[in-house]
Structures are given as structure tokens and as C-alpha cells.
Design a protein around this ligand. Structure first.
Ligand code: NAG
Ligand code: NAG
Ligand code: NAG
Length: 446
């Protein structure tokens, strides 16, 4: 409307960072706010920390546009921007299908375009154990899909962590126990509980055996390593969906229950295991996140534990958020953001319309919600479909976690997300369409 409101791209962007410190890792308390003003004379980006400067540079890059003749422009604007939640994550599952390192790196790039700042690496699970451990190399040798090609070496892990750091992204690894450990069995004889059929072992194995001292020795060594390999303060310890049938079938476990006075209450055995695991992890100076299952079972966890809410079929997640925060725990929300689930139509809208603080509770309870994570579980996802399934849908979650809660108009969001999808295509990311339409990618490139 007003031709004077935009001018050809200026040639200078001045970046000012109050406390430059480029060697550190981002953490929960990183200040990501920034101010950006652009004009024809000079564009200025100022931030408290380098993490804020990174967010501002990303915004700057997205403000640049191109006319049909191919000339770049930058509109005059003033932006004051900061995130609503400190923890804005994405979970990738590298156990159900192995994801090549380059796919993880590309995902980190796109996370940064979306201002997501936590990569939750669900690195091992029942189907495979791709993490190459220094302390226990047999785990991946016997538990990976292919111990030569489908593993993450120490160098791979370092590469991922550094690549993430340079984009202001924290890496939180998840070694889920005592359930979800099937793939650990072959490489760690004696770790898993032998299940019984009547009075004889059935030949199958259940969760980690919580009755043996050797189990805690093993966890101590493994988490000593994991704590030093992953620099973030937090480790995700999983702790969900522990199947009690195998524990129940095993006479040694029964005898242990008797000895400990647990009766028939297997949640007390689960509690016993989790407590000892938390002690081990605390002894390495780490904090921990666990899935909600243990909390639901009444497992006693330490007061500084972060509870990760994911269940959709155990009552509305809003009630779970209320329960978790009422008990005084910090909470992370993922239940409405399982992006591995797809349906016909614009399913990004449901993810976008979520309001993480819309549950019954006090302001103190709401203050315990530190953010959330979009999840991409890997049953039906591998490197062939990861990118289009994630993007731009995860952008809906990213905006919900970054922007003011009053930013929720679906039509505006559609226009932004559809435009952003074109930006992604120009940047070489195979993001899927939201609906009909087209992108001017022919004179795009990167
Ligand atoms: C910049 O301003 C022009 C003219 O007002 C407008 O048409 C265009 O959509 C704006 N571009 C961006 C990226 O805001
Ligand atoms: C396990 O460790 C505890 C405490 O250190 C000890 O009392 C117990 O005898 C040990 N049990 C076995 C079977 O070694
Ligand atoms: C969110 O937006 C509303 C309405 O524009 C505003 O009153 C409020 O101050 C904003 N919240 C923050 C944290 O900036």
C-alpha cells in the first residue's frame, strides 16, 4: 500500500550482544530474547546473550523477501521478541528405526528455523540399541540393527551435540528403563528379568531386574558414561509402561518382594528401582525428566523431577497437568503433540489450538509448566518420511510454545505456516503442503 514502507535491502546488520560467551552450552535459563529494528540506514539486532542473537538472526533471515525480478528486500520494522516457554522440544526416536546422522543434523537445522531449543534424543528402546557405549560396547554390538552401520559412535554423538549447540539447541538423551529395554538384553546378560511360565523360565525376558545388586552396578557405570557424554544438566530417564507380569512370574522377584515387605504391590518395586536410579543420576550432578507413568503409579520421585505428560487415554491431559503441578512437580507437555500420528486434512490445527496452561490450578501450578515437546515416534517413520511428516506441522507446536498465548488466529497461522513451508522448500527442506496452493521455488535455491 505504501511503497515507501519498504526499501532495497540494506547492506549492514549490526549485532550487539550484552554478554558474549560463545563456548558455553545453552540451558534452561538461557535468555533468548532479542530486539531487531530494520531501516534503510542501518539494521540493529541486540540481545542479552548469543542465544537471543541466534533467534534474532533467524527472524532477520525470514524477513528478507524477493520480488519477481529477484531483488531482495527487507521491510522496515521493529521487533521485541522473547519466548513464552523455556523448554521447546522435539523428540526423535532412533530405536524403532535408525535415523542416519545427517537426518538428525537436518532436523536440528529446521528446529533452529522454528526456534525450537531442545532435541530430546530417544536414542534406544525395545527394538534396537544404536548407542555405541564405551563402557558396554556389547550393547550396540548385539542390540543395534546393524552394529557396523546402524550405530551412533562417540564421534557421531559429539557431532550432534556440537551442531545443536551452535544453533542454541540442548540435547537431552533418553535411556529409558526399567521397561523398554528389550534390545539391551543380548549385550548385558543378567540385566533383564527372566519371565517364567509356571515353575520354569519361559525363555523370554521382561524389564530390568530390580532385585540384583549387579543391576545397580551396571546402571551406575552406564549413567556415569552418559552423564559425561551428554553435557546438558538434564537426562530423560523414561520410566514408563513397566510391565509387571514378568516380574510377577519370577520366583526370585517374588522372594525379593517378600523380603522387602512390598506385598503384592509391584509399584513399590518400581519405586524402589526408580529411587535408586535417581540416586545414581544425582550422584553425577544431573537433573532428570521422567514420563508420567511412574507418577501415575504413585512411584515416589525426588521433588526436583520434571514429569513429562504424554498419555491421552488416561483421562484428559489437562487433568494430568493439574495433578502433576498440584503435587509440586515441574511439567512438560507432549500428549496433544504426537506428530507421528497423522490424519487426513489440516491436523496441524489441533496441535496449534492447544493451550498448555488451560487446566484447573493456581498461578503457582501454571508457573511449573516449563514447556513441551513435539514427538515423532518411529514405528512408521524412518529417514524416507521423517522430514515431510515433521515439517511444517511441528512449526505449529513451535509457535504455540514461543508466542504469546493471545496469538491463536487459525487463518493468520495458516498464512504464516504456508509461507514458512515455502521458505523451507527454498532452503532445501522437503516440507509437506498444508493444503492446495504453490510456492515460488523456481528462483529460490538456498
Ligand atoms: C513488505 O512490505 C510490502 C509493502 O507494504 C508488502 O507487500 C510485503 O508483504 C511486506 N513483506 C513482508 C515480508 O512483510
Ligand atoms: C547387595 O548389596 C547390599 C548392600 O550393599 C548387601 O547388603 C547385600 O548382601 C548384597 N546382596 C548380594 C546378593 O550381594
Ligand atoms: C500478550 O499479549 C497481550 C495482548 O496483546 C498483552 O496484554 C500481554 O502483555 C502479552 N504478554 C506478554 C508476556 O507479553
Amino acid at each position: 500500500e505504501d511503497a515507501r514502507s519498504w526499501e532495497p535491502l540494506c547492506t549492514e546488520l549490526l549485532v550487539s550482544v550484552a554478554t558474549p560467551h560463545c563456548d558455553g552450552f545453552p540451558d534452561m535459563d538461557s535468555v533468548e530474547s532479542y530486539k531487531l529494528s530494520t531501516s534503510e540506514e542501518l539494521s540493529l539486532l541486540s540481545a542479552e546473550s548469543i542465544w537471543g542473537a541466534l533467534r534474532g538472526l533467524e527472524t532477520f533471515s525470514q524477513l528478507v523477501w524477493r520480488d519477481e525480478a529477484g531483488t531482495f528486500y527487507l521491510n522496515r520494522t521493529d521487533i521485541v521478541d522473547f519466548p513464552r516457554f523455556a523448554h521447546r522440544g522435539l523428540l526423535l526416536d532412533t530405536s524403532r528405526h535408525y535415523l542416519p546422522v545427517r537426518a538428525i543434523l537436518e532436523t536440528l537445522d529446521v528446529m533452529a528455523y522454528n526456534k525450537l531449543n531442545v532435541f530430546h534424543w530417544h536414542i534406544v528402546d525395545d527394538p534396537s540399541f544404536p548407542y555405541e557405549s564405551t563402557a558396554f560396547p556389547e550393547l550396540s554390538r548385539k542390540g543395534a540393527y546393524n552394529p557396523a552401520t546402524h550405530v551412533y559412535t562417540a564421534n557421531d554423538v559429539k557431532l550432534v551435540i556440537e551442531y545443536a549447540r551452535l544453533r542454541g539447541i540442548r540435547v537431552i538423551s533418553e535411556f529409558d528403563t526399567p521397561g523398554h529395554t528389550h534390545s539391551w538384553g543380548p549385550g548385558a546378560p543378567g540385566l533383564l528379568t527372566p519371565c517364567y511360565a509356571g515353575s520354569v523360565p519361559s525363555g523370554s525376558y521382561g524389564p530390568v531386574n530390580p532385585t540384583l545388586n549387579a543391576t545397580y552396578w551396571f546402571m551406575n557405570e552406564l549413567f556415569r558414561e552418559v552423564s559425561s557424554v551428554f553435557p546438558d544438566f538434564y537426562l530423560h530417564l523414561g520410566g514408563d509402561e513397566v510391565d509387571f507380569t514378568c516380574w510377577r512370574s519370577n520366583p526370585e522377584v517374588q522372594a525379593f518382594m517378600q523380603k522387602m515387605g512390598f506385598g503384592q504391590d509391584y509399584t513399590r518395586l518400581e519405586s524402589f528401582y526408580i529411587q535408586r536410579l535417581l540416586d545414581i543420576v544425582s550422584s553425577y550432578g544431573k537433573g532428570y525428566v521422567v514420563w508420567q507413568g511412574g507418577f501415575d503409579n504413585g512411584v515416589r520421585v525426588k521433588p526436583d523431577t520434571i514429569i513429562h505428560v504424554w498419555r491421552e487415554n488416561a483421562g484428559a491431559y489437562q487433568q494430568e497437568m493439574a495433578r502433576v503441578t498440584k503435587a509440586g512437580y515441574q511439567a512438560l507437555l507432549s500428549a496433544p503433540w504426537y506428530l507421528n500420528r497423522i490424519s487426513y486434512g489440516q491436523d496441524w490445527q489441533a496441535a496449534y489450538e492447544v493451550e498448555p496452561l488451560a487446566f484447573e490450578g493456581s498461578p503457582e501450578q501454571r508457573a511449573l509448566v516449563i514447556g513441551g515437546e513435539a514427538c515423532m515416534w518411529g514405528e512408521y517413520v524412518d529417514v524416507t518420511n521423517l522430514t515431510p511428516r515433521l515439517w511444517p506441522r511441528a512449526g505449529a507446536v513451535a509457535e504455540r510454545l514461543w508466542s504469546n498465548e493471545t496469538v491463536r488466529d487459525l487463518q493468520d497461522a495458516y498464512a504464516r505456516l504456508a509461507g514458512f513451508r515455502c521458505t523451507l522448500l527454498r532452503r532445501g527442506v522437503q516440507a509437506q503442503p498444508l493444503f492446495t496452493g504453490f510456492c515460488d521455488v523456481e528462483y529460490g535455491g538456498s
